[in-house]
Ligand binder design. Structure first.
Ligand code: SF4
Ligand code: SF4
Length: 445
C-alpha cells in the first residue's frame, strides 16, 4: 500500500488535459513586468534605471536583506520604467518594466556554454549566497527564498531531504512534466543540495497517479545508494510539507515548529531543476513551467514562460478564453487566488493559470453551519476549522490562537468539504494575517 497522512480530501484530479503534453516554450512578447516583490520577505532593490539596456539573465534587482532574493532580466531589452504596476496579489507593487529587443534571439549569455560552478568548492556561506544570487524561491507556490532554508542554525543539521513531486493540486501538471522530461536535472539538483548539507538520505515523494514520473526518477536514481523514490497515495494536500514528512517518514513536525526541527528539508522538484540550471549552466531563475488549463482555456498547455510575461499574453497564446469563463485563478484551485486583472505578470511562484466557467464556480451562496463535522474530518492538521471560521468571522482573532490557528497550512480542505459553502480557509487566512501583523508591530514597538 502506498503511503499517506491522516485526514485530507479527494478532489477530482482533472489532469488528463495536460499531463501528457510536453513542455513548450512560450514565444517572447513585447513587454515584461518584473515585480520587486514576488517572494516572501523584503522586496528586491533595483540596480538598473529607466533607459538602461539589459541582457537576459543579468541582475536587475538585488536582495534587500537575508530574507529576500535577486531578480534577473527575463529578456534582452531596455528598462522603460520602474513604477507601481498591478500584481497578482491585487495590489499595485513596484516593478521593473522591460521592453524586449525584437531582434534578439533571447539566448542566455554564452548560450549555455558557461563553465559550471562546482558547489563543492564553496564554503557554506558562499553556497547560500550563490543560491540567493540565482534568485531561487520555492516554486510550489509559497515562493519562500530557497537559500534561507540552506543556512542552518549553529549545531543543527539536516538528515533527510525530501524532494516534493506530489503536485496534489487538481489541474496542475507542470511539476509532473518536469519530472518526466528533466528527471536527470531534478536528481542533479537534489544531489548538489544533499552533498552540500550532508544529508544521509534523499527521497523523491511522488503521488502514484504519475507512473511515468516515478519511472523516470527511478531510472535517474538507479545505482545511487542514498536516494530512493517513494510512491505516495493520491490525496490532497499530500504535497504540504508537514503532510509529506508524515507520509514518508511517519514523523510529526510539532506545533509551531519547522521541518528542520525534525531534521528534514523539503524542496520542490522545480527548485531542484533551478539549482541544476544555476550551478551547471549558470542560468538564474528567469522562467518557469506554468500549466494553463481549466474548462475556459481553448488550448490547454504546459508552457515555459519568462517571469514578467503578462497573463493575458499567456492565455492568448493558448487560444484565448471561452466566453463562459468566469474567473482565472493563479495557482491551483485549492490554494490559488482568483486574479482581479489579466494585466498582471507571471511571477516565480506561478504554477498554473486556470480558467473556470460558471459550471465549476464555487458555491455562490453560503448557508449556515449544520455542524456536520466534515471540515474536522478533512483537516490534515487536526484542527477544528468550523470553530476557527466562526471566531474569525467575529474578529475574535486572539482567541483563535488557543485553537492553534497558526498551525493551519491554509490547504482549503475544510472549505472543499463544507456542504454549506462556508469560506473557512479565507476566514482563517485573514485572521492569521492580522495576527502576524500585530506580532510584527509589537516587535517593533
Ligand atoms: S483549517 Fe487549515 S489546515 Fe485545516 S483543513 Fe482548513 S485550511 Fe487546511
Ligand atoms: S463542514 Fe461546514 S457545515 Fe459542516 S461543521 Fe464544518 S463548517 Fe459546519
Amino acid at each position: 500500500m502506498s503511503r499517506t497522512f491522516r485526514h485530507g480530501v479527494h478532489p477530482a484530479g482533472h489532469k488528463e488535459a495536460t499531463e501528457r503534453l510536453p513542455i513548450e516554450r512560450m514565444p517572447f512578447v513585447a513587454r515584461y513586468t518584473v515585480p520587486l516583490s514576488q517572494h516572501t520577505g523584503a522586496p528586491a532593490r533595483p540596480v538598473v534605471a529607466a533607459g538602461r539596456r539589459v541582457t537576459r539573465g543579468e541582475t536587475i534587482a538585488e536582495a534587500a536583506g537575508f530574507v529576500s532574493t535577486t531578480l534577473h532580466a527575463p529578456v534582452d531589452g531596455r528598462v522603460v520604467a520602474i513604477a507601481p504596476r498591478p500584481h497578482p496579489s491585487g495590489r499595485l507593487v513596484e516593478a521593473i518594466e522591460i521592453e524586449a529587443d525584437p531582434y534578439s534571439p533571447q539566448r542566455f549569455p554564452g548560450n549555455g556554454a558557461s563553465a559550471p560552478l562546482d558547489p563543492a568548492a564553496l564554503s557554506d556561506e558562499q553556497f547560500v549566497a550563490e543560491v540567493q544570487r540565482a534568485g531561487l524561491v520555492g516554486m510550489g507556490g509559497a515562493a519562500f527564498p530557497t537559500h534561507v532554508k540552506y543556512r542552518l542554525p549553529e549545531g543543527r543539521r539536516i538528515e533527510r531531504l525530501i524532494v516534493n513531486g506530489c503536485e496534489c493540486e487538481p489541474y496542475l501538471t507542470s511539476d509532473h512534466r518536469l519530472m518526466v522530461e528533466r528527471a536527470a536535472d531534478v536528481v542533479r539538483g537534489a544531489e548538489i543540495v544533499a552533498a552540500r548539507l550532508g544529508v544521509e538520505e534523499t527521497v523523491f515523494g511522488v503521488e502514484i497517479n504519475k507512473a511515468d514520473a516515478i519511472a523516470a526518477l527511478e531510472r535517474a536514481t538507479a545505482g545511487r545508494q542514498r536516494m530512493r523514490v517513494v510512491p505516495l497515495e493520491v490525496k490532497y494536500p499530500q504535497g504540504a510539507e508537514k503532510m509529506l514528512i508524515r507520509a514518508v517518514y511517519g514523523l510529526e513536525v510539532p506545533s509551531g515548529k519547522l521541518p528542520l526541527d525534525v531534521g528534514v528539508l523539503v524542496n520542490n522538484v522545480a527548485t531542484m531543476t533551478a539549482i541544476a540550471d544555476w550551478f551547471d549552466r549558470r542560468r538564474p531563475l528567469v522562467e518557469r513551467v506554468v500549466t494553463v488549463a481549466g474548462p475556459g482555456v481553448r488550448r490547454p498547455s504546459n508552457l515555459l514562460v519568462p517571469v514578467g510575461t503578462p497573463v493575458r499574453a499567456v492565455l492568448e497564446h493558448c487560444g484565448g478564453l471561452d466566453e463562459s469563463t468566469r474567473e482565472v485563478v493563479m495557482g491551483g484551485p485549492m490554494m490559488g487566488a482568483p486574479l482581479a486583472s489579466l494585466d498582471v505578470p507571471v511571477v516565480k511562484g506561478t504554477s498554473g493559470l486556470l480558467a473556470f466557467t460558471e459550471a465549476e464556480a464555487r458555491l455562490p451562496t453560503e448557508y449556515t453551519c449544520i455542524k456536520c463535522g466534515r471540515c474536522v474530518e478533512a483537516c490534515p492538521q487536526f484542527l477544528n476549522p468550523s470553530r476557527l471560521g466562526r471566531l474569525g468571522r467575529a474578529g475574535r482573532w486572539e482567541e483563535m490562537l488557543a485553537y492553534h490557528a497558526m498551525d493551519c497550512v491554509e490547504c482549503g480542505s475544510c472549505s472543499f468539504a463544507c456542504p454549506s459553502g462556508i469560506p473557512i480557509v479565507q476566514l482563517i487566512r485573514v485572521a492569521k494575517g492580522a495576527l502576524r501583523e500585530k506580532a510584527a508591530r509589537e516587535k517593533v514597538s
